[in-house]
Ligand binder design. Structure first.
Ligand SMILES: C[S@@+](CC[C@H](N)C(=O)[O-])C[C@H]1O[C@@H](n2cnc3c(N)ncnc32)[C@H](O)[C@@H]1O
Length: 336
């Protein structure tokens, strides 16, 4: 019999070291500084404003973590992945999520045990009415959050554009669209589609800026509103990504009913999330995402594809199916 080894447990327990090193690298602009080409320790250290005591260890740790490369002359360079995804200002940038993780989640997750004991959210502004009221009161945090959402949904957006049968439909609305990564990706891939994004009014200018930057202002527009107070705009397809998990069960049911009401017969609702596997033992990211909802929201939780199909049935959808998208993400498609 194999002797048990503590390695996996210790690596898991200490994995926050890796996470924080990467988050600090994004915060400090390591990947941005290398976007113009390789640089040695003596150049990179002052360029990033780092103290010389640990700069070498920091850069070499990033090399060992395979997010930087170092050549025979000691010059550091981005890897193909960090060059593509972690240089600020590129359309492919997904670091907004890591910036948010660094600025907000890292500290709030330090209170996980407290959250588990009390069931209460631990992110800042405990007194604000909800996560969004707290975030959107500050324009910089609003922008940071919306950009983080582009990072979290970029891969799923492409998979939804590729896998859903868009040729059968003409209009679509992304509900809770944030910066607009999902509608932009879908509209770019399918020129016959038009529609837009529905979100709180404060999101409008940032959504519109992103749509214009992507040359899609003729087909995508912003619909301001509050999905708990207003009806949803009507469209052949409604998308809700990372929306239902923010809210408690009663609110989830209300949102599904509103989506149902906004669709024509034959219309489709796409719910995508880091959907937990039905047996609740495989998708660790989805399960941890649900704990993130404990940290961040008053009643939110993630769910399985079977849970979502059950709620869709209650809302009146005549059929539904679960389809894997990419990585931890799956979509549930409900047809009216
Ligand atoms: C977790 S984000 C998801 C963003 C995007 N769908 C994605 O997956 O990247 C939730 C979105 O819901 C929006 N939202 C929150 N409360 C809302 C409300 N009452 N009415 C309309 N939108 C709301 C937020 O502004 C935010 O853009």
């Amino acid at each position: 019999m194999l002797k048990p080894s503590p390695e996996k447990l210790l690596a898991l327990g200490m994995s926050f070291w890796n996470a924080k090193a990467l988050l600090s690298a994004v915060e400090l602009g390591v990947f941005d500084a290398l976007a113009d080409g390789p640089a040695d320790l003596a150049t990179l250290t002052p360029k990033l404003g780092l103290h010389k005591r640990s700069a070498r260890d920091f850069f070499d740790a990033l090399v060992a973590m395979k997010v930087l490369e170092r050549d025979a002359n000691g010059r550091y360079a981005n890897t193909p992945e960090t060059e593509f995804f972690l240089v600020r200002g590129r359309p492919s940038y997904v670091g907004g999520l890591l910036e948010m993780a660094n600025a907000r989640l890292y500290e709030s997750w330090g209170h996980l045990s407290e959250a588990l004991r009390t069931g209460r959210r631990q992110s800042e502004d405990h007194d604000a009415s909800d996560l969004f009221a707290a975030l959107y009161a500050d324009p910089q945090r609003l922008r940071g959050f919306l950009s983080a959402m582009s990072g979290v949904s970029a891969s799923a957006a492409q998979a939804i554009a590729d896998k859903f049968s868009w040729r059968d439909y003409r209009t679509f609305i992304d509900v809770g669209a944030a910066q607009g990564m999902v509608p932009v990706t879908i509209a770019r891939a399918h020129p016959h589609l038009s529609g837009g994004g529905f979100d709180l009014p404060q999101v409008g200018p940032i959504f519109e800026e992103f749509v214009v930057a992507n040359g899609l202002a003729d087909r995508l527009r912003f619909y301001p509103g509050d999905f708990f107070k207003d009806d949803l705009p009507k469209a052949d397809v409604i998308i809700m990504g990372h929306i239902l998990h923010d809210w408690d069960l009663e609110q989830k049911r209300l949102l599904l009913k509103k989506a149902y009401d906004a669709l024509p017969e034959g219309g489709a609702l796409i719910v995508y999330e880091a959907m937990i596997d039905n047996d609740r033992r495989e998708n660790a990211f989805g399960l941890l995402m649900s704990l993130n909802m404990l940290i961040e929201t008053d009643g939110g939780f993630d769910f399985t594809g079977a849970d979502c199909e059950g709620w869709m049935k209650e809302a009146g959808f005549s059929s539904s199916r679960v389809e894997h998208l990419t990585g931890p993400d799956s979509m549930v498609v409900g047809v009216k």
